[in-house]
Structure formats: C-alpha cells, structure tokens
Design a protein around this ligand. Sequence first.
Ligand SMILES: *Cc1c(COP(=O)(O)O)cnc(C)c1O
Length: 220
Amino acid sequence: MTVSQSLLSIKSQLPSGVRLVAVSKFHPASCIMEAYEAGQRLFGENRPQELASKAPQLPSDIEWHFIGHLQTNKLKLVLPYVALVESVDSLHLLEAINTWALAAGRRIPVLLELHLGAEETKHGLTEDEIIGILADGAMYPGIEFKGLMGMATNTDDEAVIEADFARIEGLFYRIRREFPALSETFNELSIGMSGDWPIALRHGATLIRIGTAIFGERQY
Ligand SMILES: *Cc1c(COP(=O)(O)O)cnc(C)c1O
C-alpha cells in the first residue's frame, strides 16, 4: 500500500473524536508531503533536531506533536514548533517547560507520560507523581495540562497490552473525577501505535500515534 492508501485505510476505521498522529520520525519531508497531500495535518516527531530541521520547510498548517524523550537543553528546538508536547516524563522537564513558557509569554499544552509496562528503559512518571503534579497544578502557570500519554509493553501478548491500556484509562478517568477544575481541558488520552491501536480504541484513546503502519519501516 502507498502512504496515502495506508493513511486513509486507518482513518476510515477511527470513530469520531479520535485523531491520528502520523509519526514521521526517520522519514524524509517528501514522505510527510505525501501524507499531507492525502489530507493529513497532524504529525509526530521524537527527535528535537529532526523536528527543528523539518518543520520550517513544511507547510505551516501542519500541527506538530512532540512524542519523544526531551532533554531540557533542547527545548528551544521543539517548543517554538509544537502544538502539544505528548511526552512529559519527569518533573524536571515539566519545570523547565514552565520556565521557558513564562519567559516566552506562552502556555505550552502538554500530556503527562505514564510509565507503563516493565521495560526499565522506558521513560515516564508514576501514577503518584502525576497526581502530585496535578494537585500542585497552580505552580505551573506556563503549562496547560491536556491529558495523558502512554506506551504499552512491547509484546505480542494482547492481555498484557490490554492491562496496560486499562491502567492508563483508569487513571485518566480518576483524574477527571478528582480534579473537576481540569475536566474541561484534560481530555486527551494518547495510547496506541501501529501494533496495538485497535486495542487502544477500546480503552478510550483520543489520539493514536502511528508510524510504521503508514510510512513503512523507518528509513536512514
Ligand atoms: C515511534 C513511536 C510511535 C510510532 O510507532 P510505530 O510502531 O511505528 O507506529 C508512537 N509513539 C511513540 C512515542 C514513538 O516513539
């Protein structure tokens, strides 16, 4: 299938209210343009330098989401371009984004990344850390808390993926209950990738992040 065929096929299977983030990391601007010509406007990148070099040469109506681990010394490569930082995985990063936003006179929309699964290498916050951050939400006037992001365990075992998504879904609804002041704006749940997005749809995903199933195996 071509990029546009894969894209349209996935989109046709999404219920209304679920948006597709086309993950274009490692793919050249020409591939992004192919998806753009097919109507896609929302793209995700996970490397600061790659985003900063691609974004200025592509159409300005593209909505960029940052989905990777972000070091605080790379904020200036990312924050000018993105509509949403999906991957806030530490308090240190949150504080740095808040400081940057206040200096820039902006509010930066973010998702808090919940650590799911067993892999030690994965980044993310614990449930308690997320609750603590939101309880102290007034300390971050430069941040707009938009929801949660998570990556399920990398496994073929659907029951494990199911359990991971159920856990983040549970936390998402718990937050919306316990922080009524947030419920207007805290409404994004970003779960699901090429291998597991149909399961994510069953657990309340509002954003799914798909790379391989649209663009094929990553180049260079
Ligand atoms: C690369 C990446 C994706 C997309 O992965 P695919 O399996 O290629 O669909 C989604 N989310 C994050 C955080 C990623 O880094």
